[in-house]
Design a protein around this ligand. Sequence first.
Ligand SMILES: CC(C)(COP(=O)(O)OP(=O)(O)OC[C@H]1O[C@@H](n2cnc3c(N)ncnc32)[C@H](O)[C@@H]1OP(=O)(O)O)[C@@H](O)C(=O)NCCC(=O)NCCS
Length: 139
Amino acid sequence: MAALIRQVRDPAAIAVLHAAALAEQGRSYPIEIIVEKWSQVQDAHFLVADVADPVAFLAYQTSAPETCYISDLYVVPAYRRRGLARDLIAWMTGHFSTLSLHVDPDNQGALHLYREAGFLQTGVNTGDGRIRMELRPGN
Ligand SMILES: CC(C)(COP(=O)(O)OP(=O)(O)OC[C@H]1O[C@@H](n2cnc3c(N)ncnc32)[C@H](O)[C@@H]1OP(=O)(O)O)[C@@H](O)C(=O)NCCC(=O)NCCS
C-alpha cells in the first residue's frame, strides 16, 4: 500500500487517531485532553501515514540523540494488514540507531510485527507485565 509517511510535531495532527486507539481499549478521551497531554511531553514527535487521509500514527520520544522510545502505534482497522505499521517502523529504523518500546504480552499482532522487524525482548515490567523490546538496526 502506498502511504505517505510524514513527521509532525503538532499533537493536533494525531489526536483523532489517538482517540480512536484509546477508544479501542475502552478508554474515551476528548480530543482537547489528548492534545493537552501530548503538549506536556517535551520531546514528543509523531509519524503519520496518509492514504489520502491520515490512517495511522506512531508517537516517539527521543531520550538521547539517535535513540528513541516508541510510545504509541496505531493503524485504523480498515487499513490493517497492508504494511502501514511495517512502513512506519521501517522509517524509524532508517533514522535511529536504537529503538525501544513496550507491548502487552496478549497483543499477538503487535508482537508478531515487532519480532518480524527484528525487535528482541529485553525484559518484562514487574508492575504491569508489559514486555520491553529493543531494536538496534545497525547490529
Ligand atoms: C498492531 C498494529 C499497529 C499492526 O498494524 P498493521 O498496519 O496492520 O501491521 P502491518 O500490516 O504492517 O503488519 C506487518 C506484519 O506484522 C504482523 N502482524 C500485524 N498484525 C498482525 C495480527 N493481527 N496478527 C498476526 N500478525 C500480525 C504480520 O507478520 C504482518 O505481516 P503480514 O501481514 O505480511 O503477515 C495494528 O493492528 C493496530 O493498530 N492495533 C491496535 C493498536 C495496537 O495494538 N498497537 C500496538 C501497541 S504496542
